[in-house]
Write a protein that binds this ligand. Structure first.
Ligand SMILES: Nc1ncnc2c1ncn2[C@@H]1O[C@H](COP(=O)(O)OP(=O)(O)OP(=O)(O)O)[C@@H](O)[C@H]1O
Ligand SMILES: [Mg+2]
Length: 361
C-alpha cells in the first residue's frame, strides 16, 4: 500500500501544448481519489503520468515515498484499468487474468491461487474457462478488474472504466468497484467526466479545468462550498443557478461582505415556490418555460425577469436568465405561469465577478 503525492506536476506535450499546469494532490494510503472534469481538461494525461505512460515535464510524482518520475511503468507497482479494456479474445478468462503474472515469470501455483482468489472476489469463479465473447459487458469489465487485482499493486489507476457500459450496469459496477476497493484497501485514482460517479466514489475529489485543479476535497464539502463558479456548475445536477448581482444587493444580502458586483449562486433544490421573501434570503419572479417530471421530483425551468447584467455562460452552466427550480413530487405550475421563488440566506453562494473566487458571508 502507498500514498500518492503530486507536487507541482506539469506536462507540456511535444509541440508546446501545456496540458497540465502545475497540479498538487495528496492521496493518502488506501484512499479513493477521483479526478473529474470536462473533456480535454487533462485527466487522462495526469493519470498516465502517474502510470509512467507519459513523461513528466515538471514537478514530482511520489508513490509510497519514492519519486517515480524516472521509474519505468513496470517498476511502479501500479495496475491500470482503461475504458477500452481489450481482453485477449482467444484466451479464457483464467488466462486473461493470468497473462501478466506469467509474463513476469511467476510460479504457476501462485498464479493459480491469485487468479482464483480474484475470481472469487469478482464472482467470476464459474466463468474461468469461458472466452470473453461468452461474457456480458459487466462480466468483461470485471475480468479487466481481475487482471489488475491479481497484480496486487500498491495503487490502482482507473481511466473511465465504466463508460462503455449501459446506464444501469454502470451504477451496479460503480457500487462493486467501491466495495472492492474498500475490501482491498488499495490506494486508487479514478478518472471520470461524470460528476455523479465522482461524487459517489470519492474519498477525495479533484475537480480539474483546463489543466489545473479548481478544487480538492471531500465531495460533500465541495458540493456545499464550491470554490469557483466552474465547480459550482460542474458538481451537482441540474447545475447551480448563477446570476449576476449588484454590489448593493450583495451588501444587503450578505452583510456588506463585498464592495463590487458578483455572481450569486443558488442550487435548484434550494429554491421553494412561495410568495414570501425569507429574511436575509433572495426572492425572484419567474415565467415558467418548461417542466420536466422525472418521478420523485420535477424540474421547473423559468425565465428571470429583469436580467439586467448578464453573466456569460461557460460550458456546463445555464444560459443567462434561465433558472432551474427543483421541487419534490409531480405537482408543478403550468407553462407560461408566473411564479415567485425564494431561497434562504444559508443556501446562497456568492462569487467574485469573474467567478474565480468564493466570497463567504
Ligand atoms: N499526445 C498529445 N499531444 C498533444 N496534445 C495532447 C496529447 N494527448 C492529449 N493532448 C491534449 O491534452 C489535453 C488533455 O487531454 P486528456 O486526454 O488528458 O484529456 P481528458 O481530461 O482525459 O479528456 P477526456 O474526458 O475527453 O478523456 C487535450 O487538450 C488534448 O488534446
Ligand atoms: Mg481521458
Amino acid at each position: 500500500m502507498a500514498n500518492v503525492t503530486l507536487r507541482n506536476v506539469r506536462k507540456t506535450y511535444l509541440g508546446g501544448f501545456e496540458a497540465i499546469k502545475g497540479v498538487n494532490v495528496d492521496v493518502a494510503d488506501g484512499q479513493f481519489c477521483v479526478l473529474v472534469g470536462p473533456s480535454g481538461c487533462g485527466k487522462s494525461t495526469l493519470l498516465r503520468m502517474v502510470a509512467g505512460l507519459e513523461t513528466v515535464t515538471g514537478g514530482e510524482i511520489d508513490i509510497g515515498g519514492r519519486v517515480v518520475n524516472q521509474i519505468e511503468p513496470a517498476d511502479r507497482d501500479i495496475a491500470m484499468v482503461f475504458q477500452n479494456y481489450a481482453l485477449y479474445p482467444h484466451m479464457s478468462v483464467f488466462n486473461n487474468m493470468a497473462y501478466g503474472l506469467r509474463n513476469r515469470g511467476m510460479a504457476e501455483a501462485e498464479v493459480k491461487s491469485r487468479v482464483e482468489e480474484a475470481a472469487r472476489v469478482l464472482e467470476l469463479s464459474a466463468m474461468l474457462e469461458r472466452k470473453p465473447r461468452q461474457l456480458s459487458g459487466g462480466q468483461r469489465q470485471r475480468v479487466a478488474m481481475g487482471r489488475a487485482i491479481v497484480r496486487q499493486p500498491k495503487v490502482f489507476l482507473f481511466d473511465e472504466p465504466l463508460s462503455n457500459l449501459d446506464a444501469k450496469l454502470r451504477i451496479a459496477m460503480r457500487v462493486e468497484i467501491r466495495k472492492l476497493q474498500r475490501r482491498l484497501n488499495t490506494t486508487s485514482i479514478y478518472v471520470t467526466h461524470d460528476q455523479l460517479e465522482a461524487m459517489t466514489l470519492a474519498d477525495i475529489l479533484v475537480v480539474m479545468n483546463g489543466g489545473q485543479v479548481e478544487q480538492v476535497g471531500n465531495p460533500l464539502a465541495i458540493y456545499e462550498k464550491p470554490a469557483t463558479t466552474f465547480v459550482a456548475s460542474f458538481i451537482g445536477a441540474p447545475p447551480m443557478n448563477l446570476m449576476s448581482t449588484r454590489a448593493d444587493e450583495i451588501k444587503s444580502q450578505l452583510g456588506g461582505s463585498a464592495g463590487e458586483a458578483g455572481i450569486l449562486g443558488i442550487r435548484p433544490e434550494d429554491f421553494v415556490i412561495t410568495d414570501q421573501t425569507p429574511s436575509g434570503g433572495v426572492a425572484m419572479s419567474l415565467t415558467v418555460e418548461a417542466i420536466e417530471r422525472v418521478g420523485a421530483e420535477t424540474f421547473v425551468y423559468g425565465a428571470r425577469e429583469q436580467e439586467d447584467q448578464r453573466v456569460a455562460a461557460t460550458p456546463g452552466e445555464l444560459p443567462p436568465g434561465e433558472v432551474i427550480v427543483r421541487i419534490p413530487g409531480t405537482d408543478a405550475p403550468a407553462i407560461g405561469q408566473k411564479i415567485r421563488v425564494a431561497a434562504i440566506s444559508s443556501k446562497l453562494h456568492l462569487f467574485s465577478g469573474d467567478g474565480r473566487k468564493r466570497i463567504e458571508a
